[in-house]
Design a protein. Structure first.
Length: 262
């Protein structure tokens, strides 16, 4: 069974077009420039994992016919990565069981505090048709855990204005990086193979105080040397064709609904 990644949403917090900037530098005639907020779906064999719950999650799941999940990973607790969490109740209703969430302690504590009605204990599984049933787990940086048969190692990302975590799947088969300025040096010790897929966020080409720019992204693509890099989390400053032209052939700016098998 082929593994795959689907970029459910390729946009940064404002989306494209945004309310304040409209299309910005993006060509409105190119449908790949229309971006909802970032969530990413992974399928490893029969294991289905979601990274982050975009505010646009309901339509993202419907558009991509995703009806079941084995686990949800959170990178950080900013609204554009979290506030679709309520839509996971529909996964509970379809599967008729609980759904497990994973993230670093700061992130999971925010989720428990802001969405207490969603969180349950394993004993509440019988209630999943009546109420949301999400089980929250704290994970520690560099301490692997498993979602079914998929090994996942959380890594520390530095420089964002909220504590942020990246994830290495299966010792480097896939490396998923979220909002960051730098990747902690220790993280590279846990990439034990050439990644099939590396996912990185761009936000703006010139970078910002809390976000890496295009030069940083290209440096990390060269350092990690994946077979394919996917650039997501792009704001209205990131025209698809301009980013595509500025990146090497094995790096691809993402678009909503982009599916890659690996």
């Amino acid at each position: 069974m082929t593994d795959c990644i689907i970029t459910l949403g390729a946009g940064a917090a404002p989306g494209v077009p945004s309310l304040s900037c409209g299309w910005g530098d993006c060509n409105p005639q190119n449908s790949k420039n229309r971006r909802s907020r970032t969530s990413t779906y992974y399928k490893f064999g029969t294991t289905e994992i979601l990274v982050d719950t975009s505010p646009d999650l309901r339509l993202q799941l419907i558009n991509n016919q995703i009806r079941r999940l084995d686990g949800v990973l959170y990178t950080h607790s900013h609204a554009d990565h979290l506030h679709g969490i309520d839509d996971l109740r529909e996964i509970n209703r379809i599967s008729r069981t609980t759904l497990h969430l994973y993230g670093h302690a700061e992130t999971m504590n925010d989720i428990r505090s802001r969405f207490p009605y969603l969180i349950c204990d394993e004993d509440d599984a019988s209630e999943c048709l009546r109420r949301p049933c999400l089980i929250a787990h704290n994970v520690a940086h560099y301490e692997p855990f498993y979602v079914k048969d998929v090994k996942i190692t959380p890594i520390k990302l530095i420089g964002h204005n909220a504590p942020c975590t990246g994830y290495i799947f299966n010792d480097g088969q896939v490396v998923h990086i979220a909002d960051f300025r730098h990747i902690e040096d220790m993280a590279f010790n846990y990439i034990g193979r050439r990644p099939e897929i590396l996912v990185l966020p761009l936000t703006t080409p010139f970078g910002q105080r809390f976000h890496a720019g295009l030069d940083d992204i290209l440096m990390y693509i060269e350092k990690i040397n994946p077979r394919r890099a996917i650039i997501n989390h792009m704001a209205s400053e990131c025209d698809f064709d301009a980013v595509d032209k500025a990146t090497p052939p094995h790096a691809t700016p993402a678009w909503d609904g982009m599916k890659i098998e690996f």
